[in-house]
Design a protein around this ligand. Structure first.
Ligand code: UDP
Length: 442
């Protein structure tokens, strides 16, 4: 049997993921695809959120000292955490890779890094290695960021309240309220964070997207960058049987789904980072209860402010819903979305969830929380027309109305039909001759 880390045909690829679930998953999926194509894979991973190597027998792991302030990591916002990692990880990565390269018969083919881990570009340059960027968000999000300088020069920032509902002149179909951020301290650090400038120095960019969703955005961006592009999404479909959950999946919910009527369940999950207040929890709970639809609801530990898990759920709620509701800490989401009982997905519309929902033919209720989620939600509702947006403050009657609109109305049926058509296009793009397939074998 091949030993871990042993060079397969002398081809070693180093992957540098950004250590959050929504970024780790597509990077590991890419790793699985490359492994199946004969590369050996080394994952250079921060100590922060370090995965259990025992779960990934085909990869070797290189721990990267991140020097995060241990006692208050939890209090850091994501942007600060990413800045810390970019500031702290360059030297340790350089040293670790230099040591690997000194070993006899060891040749690193390239470094593939998550776009947010742009310190890797400096390391690749120092070691004269080819660098490739993996972009784990939608192309539309990057295009939105790339127009910020222009919008600032035209005097739109700081943004006036009355403009929020207006269309952004250079970014159809986005309204100002759909921009990934409108509140930035410095345009320069925003550009650096989103890797707008550095990306032009890499050898190629891999997108977890596909022509059938973002053909014109990909073409527009290709023109801007002049760097070879490969859009090979949805990565998880090419990398079957690989799960990279940091949180343990509760598979009991699949048994619960098995007992439900086909096309009857709404699946609710806000991903790995978003949180909610006690009030929002109560409105969601009663909105779901009053919809009379069966629901599977993921509530992550510590995602409700002021509680560890579901202690703050309204007192009579569990009694009111009984067997009709199932709440878990973390679900095997892709399996859930592919389950015949699932008819709709209430999602925060981060890119992986959006791709997974479309790829499984499940229409969405979009409730974006921050960043790229707002861009994706706008595309889901306005461009692909496979979902409806739940806007404004969360309010139980609105929740009930949205759930019933999606699950049991003629409009919902139409969305379902559109999602199935889109799912078929995704499948075609993955077949021999399809756009993702062609990019993958290039
Ligand atoms: N996910 C999961 N189980 C859950 C919730 C989410 O496996 O209960 C997975 C989901 O399939 C997706 C990832 O976690 O691949 C979340 O990524 P996404 O970009 O949707 O959201 P983020 O967590 O980055 O906000």
């Amino acid at each position: 049997m091949e030993k871990k880390g042993e060079q397969r045909h002398g081809r070693l690829v180093v992957l540098v993921p950004c250590p959050f679930q929504g970024h780790i998953s597509p990077m590991f999926e890419l790793g699985t695809i490359l492994y199946c194509r004969g590369f050996s894979i080394t994952i250079a991973h921060t100590k922060f959120n370090f995965p259990n190597p025992a779960n990934y027998p085909n990869f070797s792991f290189l721990p990267i000292a991140d020097h995060l302030p241990e006692h208050d990591v939890a209090s850091l916002d994501i942007v600060s955490l990413i800045s810390y990692l970019n500031g702290n990880c360059e030297a340790p990565l350089l040293e670790s890779l230099s040591q690997i390269m000194e070993k006899p018969h060891t040749k690193i083919t390239c470094i593939i890094y998550d776009t947010l881990m742009h310190y890797s570009e400096a390391v690749a340059n120092r070691l004269k290695l080819t660098s490739i960027i993996l972009r784990t968000s939608s192309v539309a999000t990057l295009i939105a960021y790339s127009k910020f300088t222009q919008l600032q020069q035209e005097g739109y920032f700081p943004l006036k309240e009355h403009l929020l509902q207006e269309m952004v002149p250079v970014l159809y179909p986005l309204r100002f309220k759909d921009l990934p951020t409108i509140d930035f301290a410095s345009l320069e650090s925003l550009m650096e964070l989103t890797n707008i400038i550095i990306a032009k120095r890499s050898s190629a960019i891999i997108w977890n997207s596909m022509d059938c969703l973002e053909e014109s955005e990909l073409a527009q961006h290709q023109q801007q960058y002049q760097v070879p592009f490969f859009s090979i999404g949805p990565l998880y479909k090419f990398a079957t049987a690989s799960s990279s959950s940091i949180i343990a999946e509760d598979t009991c919910c699949i048994t619960w789904l098995d007992r439900k009527t086909p096309n009857s369940v709404i699946y609710v999950s806000l991903g790995s980072l978003a949180s909610m207040t006690e009030k929002e929890l109560a409105e969601m709970a009663w909105g779901l209860a009053n919809s009379k639809q069966p629901f599977l609801w993921v509530i992550r530990p510590n995602s409700v402010c002021g509680s560890e898990w579901i202690e703050l759920l309204p007192k009579d709620f569990k009694e009111a819903v009984g067997e009709r509701g199932c709440i878990v800490k973390w679900a095997p989401q892709k399996e859930v979305l592919a389950h015949p009982a699932v008819e709709g997905f209430w999602s925060h519309c981060s890119w992986n969830s959006t791709l997974e929902s479309i790829s499984e033919g499940v229409p969405m209720i979009c409730r974006p929380c921050f960043g790229d989620q707002k861009v994706n939600a706008r595309y889901v509702c306005h461009v692909w027309k496979v979902g409806l947006e739940l806007e404004n403050e969360l309010e139980r009657e609105e929740v009930t109305r949205a759930v019933r609109r999606l699950m049991v109305s003629a409009e919902g049926m139409e969305m379902r039909q559109k999602t199935i058509e889109l799912k078929e296009k995704v499948e075609s793009s993955m077949k021999n001759g399809g756009s993702s397939y062609n990019s993958l074998v290039k």
